[in-house]
Write a protein that binds this ligand. Structure first.
Ligand code: GLN
Length: 283
């Protein structure tokens, strides 16, 4: 009797401590193995060093750290992205923003696309992966986030995507785009959700934005027309109860074809609009 547990036994024990679906990715991360390997080798003994590392990760998860930060990865769209506590963890609902953007970027055209507040690069890289001819530029105020985004781009063979440091449009002075997308912070400052679950561990500046959560969106909507060609699109992710307010901001800024789209859960999630021909400066 070595006293060593099998990987299956270790997994079962962990599932009694943390959410059952969280235990498997932590164990696979420690083992550096695939799910398929585990199916075939569940009775393999777990080496002492691996058991200690797994136990430490389970304890950190018990204390509330997000699985994505513990394993340093999160899937988004078709991409496997590195994430760190310097970046927001990409959410499945943000894939709606990518879908809506792709519907407005013709394949094969040299469409100019900007992603504002790119974090891990999720939106910019998903678009670039689907539209190789598009010229994608992404900005973020956080140099640490851009380091992660740049590494993701290189790892995915999407090194063509340009990353620039600065607030929203600051690094894009004088540049015009056919489509601008952003998942900016939109939670109301002081919202109790910020103190719960994964959100406690994510960068506050990527989550909360003023008394009504719309400070960043107001800033982006105000500056966007000067960076959009006539007929160019602005697409914004927002909270489930902000569709009407964001649509109102877009209409007031002169955008046409303003529409709000619901995510798979049926919640308003993305609002978009199209720049008309009028207005200065023209792109
Ligand atoms: N969708 C995130 C959440 O509510 C917030 C992300 C954001 O503010 N852009 O957990």
């Amino acid at each position: 009797m070595t006293g060593r547990r099998s990987v299956d036994e270790a997994l079962r024990a962990a599932r009694a401590r943390i959410a059952p679906e969280d235990a498997l990715p932590l164990l696979l991360h420690v083992l550096g193995r695939s799910h398929g390997w585990l199916y075939a080798h569940g009775d393999a003994p777990l080496a002492d060093a691996d058991a200690a590392r797994f136990d430490a990760l389970v304890a950190r998860r018990e204390a509330g750290e997000p699985v994505a930060y513990l394993v340093g990865r999160r899937g988004f769209w078709t991409l496997d992205l590195a994430v760190t506590p310097d970046t927001l963890i990409p959410r499945p609902e943000t894939e709606l923003l990518v879908e809506q953007a792709l519907a407005r970027i013709p394949p094969g055209a040299a469409t100019r696309v900007a992603d504002l507040g790119t974090g891990s690069g999720a939106i910019a890289l998903a678009i670039a992966s689907e539209r190789p001819q598009a010229r994608v530029v992404a900005t973020d105020r956080s140099a640490a986030a851009l380091a992660v985004a740049g590494a993701n781009a290189r790892a995915l063979g999407l090194g063509k995507v340009e990353f620039r440091e600065g607030d929203w449009f600051a690094p894009l002075a004088g540049e015009c785009f056919d489509l601008i997308a952003s998942n900016p912070p939109y939670i109301v400052a002081g919202d109790p959700h910020l103190g719960r679950g994964d959100l406690r561990h994510e960068p506050a500046a990527a989550l909360a934005s003023g008394r009504d959560g719309l400070d960043a969106i107001r800033e982006i909507v105000a500056a966007a027309p000067a960076h959009l060609v006539a007929g160019g699109w602005l697409l914004l992710e927002h909270g489930w109860d902000q569709g009407v307010a964001v649509g109102g901001l877009l209409a007031a800024a002169g955008f046409a074809e303003v529409a709000t789209v619901a995510d798979l859960e049926g919640r308003d999630r993305v609002t978009l609009g199209r720049r008309g021909g009028a207005g200065e400066p023209a792109c």
